[in-house]
Ligand binder design. Structure first.
Ligand code: DAH
Length: 353
């Protein structure tokens, strides 16, 4: 009797749900994607009405299962069909043409920045040496006396210090703004890992009057190669390769004996003037030659200062400015343009790589 009473209750529930369904479906607004999804969840979801009633099947007495199952199944099919119909109606209503993206339309051009001419020149120089196996490294711009002078064989009161007018840091007389990138040589050698083959670009500072030709800060690239049996011939071959890659095969090269405290022997390297091809013009001051860099064999004292045995190791070093070759390459006549950040000037390098 109890079983039968429960069955009646279930049957009532089923009929009631069917009535409810009919009512809801009459008020349904077509084309509402969200409403269709809610419909699916409520009636066909895993915790939905149909699933729930299906679960009750096991409580239906055996002799009534067929009757109850038939009604429930018909109801299920009705709901499923309705759902498919609603789904189709919403997708039919989606605007088909207006929402499509036309990929063939030209895009809006993004404003393009450009590399600074000094960066362009630095990258060119560095990448030539990288192709020869030189590894890129950098050092600090605020340096101590040891790394900028003393370790480079320029002890206190050495006259060579006067060649470079130095900015000192007020708070600490041992600190200064590096006057050249040669400080990175020392820092790399002090690391104690040999052999060394490095290329070190960076900004340097000197207390000089600012004019079209000179500035109180500029950029250099330093090169260093330390190993057993490194000779002056290696230095020359390396720099010949650099000149060929940088300025072309028809450019002539010459080495002039020179003096730097940190190299012995020392030299300065000139190339034939890229503008007048050696005939003489105002850029090369009518000599036909342009001074490009300083170089030499690393002084034994410098090696010793960095705990490298000069009887076992030798090496060469070189240092060159970046601004001058950049002036030449881009035909610029005032070095101050490099640091004034005038976009009319900088914008002209957009296409340069
Ligand atoms: N440090 C020198 C300067 O600023 C340039 C230089 C010359 C660097 C000779 C070197 C070198 O490494 O061997 O004028």
């Amino acid at each position: 009797m109890i079983v039968l009473a429960y069955f009646c209750l279930l049957m009532d529930q089923l009929i009631e749900q069917i009535e409810q369904y009919k009512k809801e479906i009459n008020q349904f607004t077509n084309g509402d994607v969200k409403a269709v999804e809610n419909f699916r969840i409520k009636w066909l979801g895993t915790k939905g009405v149909v699933k729930n009633l299906m679960g009750e099947m096991r409580n239906v007495p055996v002799d009534r299962k067929k009757e109850f199952g038939q009604i429930l199944n018909d109801f299920k099919i009705l709901v499923e069909n309705k759902f498919e119909e609603l789904k189709k109606a919403t997708s039919d209503q989606q605007p088909k043409t207006s929402a499509r993206i036309d990929l063939s339309l030209p895009g809006d051009a993004l404003p393009l920045g450009s590399r600074h001419p000094v960066s362009l020149m630095r990258n060119r120089i560095v990448s030539i040496f990288q192709r020869l196996g030189f590894a890129l490294a950098e050092g600090p711009e605020i340096e101590d006396d040891w790394h900028n002078f003393t370790a480079l064989n320029m002890p206190e009161f050495h006259p060579a210090r006067d060649m470079q007018d130095t900015f000192y840091v007020q708070q600490n007389p041992d600190w200064l703004l590096r006057t050249h990138t040669s400080n990175v040589q020392i820092r790399e050698m002090e690391k104690g890992k040999l052999p060394i083959r490095g290329i070190y670009p960076g900004r340097v500072y000197r207390n000089e009057t600012v004019s079209a030709r000179s500035h109180c800060f500029f950029h250099q690239v330093e090169g260093l190669y330390i190993d057993e049996n490194v000779s002056f011939a290696d230095l020359k071959q390396t720099l010949y390769f650099f000149v060929k890659e940088m300025y072309g095969t028809d450019v002539k090269v010459r080495f002039r004996p020179s003096f730097f405290p940190f190299t012995e022997p020392s030299a300065e390297m000139d190339i034939s003037c890229t503008l007048c091809k050696g005939a003489g013009c105002s850029v090369c001051k009518h000599t036909g030659w342009l001074e490009i860099l300083g170089c030499g064999m690393v002084h034994p004292n410098v090696l010793q200062n960095c705990s490298i045995d000069p009887n076992k190791y030798t090496g060469f070093a070189f240092g060159m400015g970046i601004e001058r070759p950049a002036l030449l390459k881009y035909g610029i006549n005032d070095i101050r343009l490099f640091s004034e950040n005038d976009v009319r000037f900088l914008r002209q390098f957009t296409s340069a790589i």
